[in-house]
Write a protein that binds this ligand. Structure first.
Ligand SMILES: [Cu+2]
Length: 187
């Protein structure tokens, strides 16, 4: 597992901060995942469902740091995608599978009692982890999310790349077109 220096330093500071909770309460959680997207490989940790938009061989990295004092900060780095293109991306509730639907709904800190959730009161980037990005001319992109909460007993299990930037209007909030690819992430 490779740790990005900035995140590792932040984790160390959080652990050593005066007044931090005892280690047994796990005040800081650090998660990383990376993978090379493959097509037609059931059980693979990084799978593309649309090789025309997320080519086999494209790569994704996710780094997520959770601490009670700071919330949860997540960074997605992708490479090998279509150049100059806007993609949606979110943390989802279930692991990747043979189809995009396997990843289930978006992880929500406060679950919407109405599913599928398209209410901006719940489907928003403060209650969900949104990682939308636009690729540069080489097909590289960066998505970032910071929320003020940490995971409890429920945790997100994957990051899904979507066809379009994420909508925010009532009735469509949180939707972003087709599910293109999925990376398992142990948040
Ligand atoms: Cu999504």
């Amino acid at each position: 597992m490779r740790l990005l220096p900035a995140f590792a330093a932040a984790a160390a500071v959080a652990v050593l901060a005066p007044g931090a909770a005892a280690a047994s309460s796990a005040p800081v959680r650090f998660a990383t995942a990376h993978g090379t997207f493959t097509a037609g490989a059931p059980g693979a940790p990084a799978v593309t469902y649309r090789p025309d938009l997320v080519p086999a061989g494209a790569r994704a990295h996710v780094v997520s740091l959770s601490a009670a004092a700071t919330g949860t900060s997540t960074t997605l780095v992708v490479s090998g995608l279509r150049p100059g293109r806007a993609y949606g991306a979110h943390a989802h509730a279930r692991p990747c599978g043979t189809t995009g639907d396997a990843a289930g709904p978006h992880f929500q800190h406060a679950p919407d009692p109405v599913q599928p959730s398209v209410d901006p009161a719940y489907a928003n980037p403060r209650n969900e982890i949104w990682l939308d990005f636009t690729t540069d001319r080489l097909g590289t992109g960066f998505g970032r999310s910071t929320v003020d909460w940490t995971f409890g007993a429920r945790r997100a299990k994957s990051v899904v790349l979507h066809e379009t930037p994420t909508h925010t209007d009532p009735g469509h909030a949180g939707t972003a077109g087709a599910r293109l690819a999925c990376l398992d992430v142990g948040f």
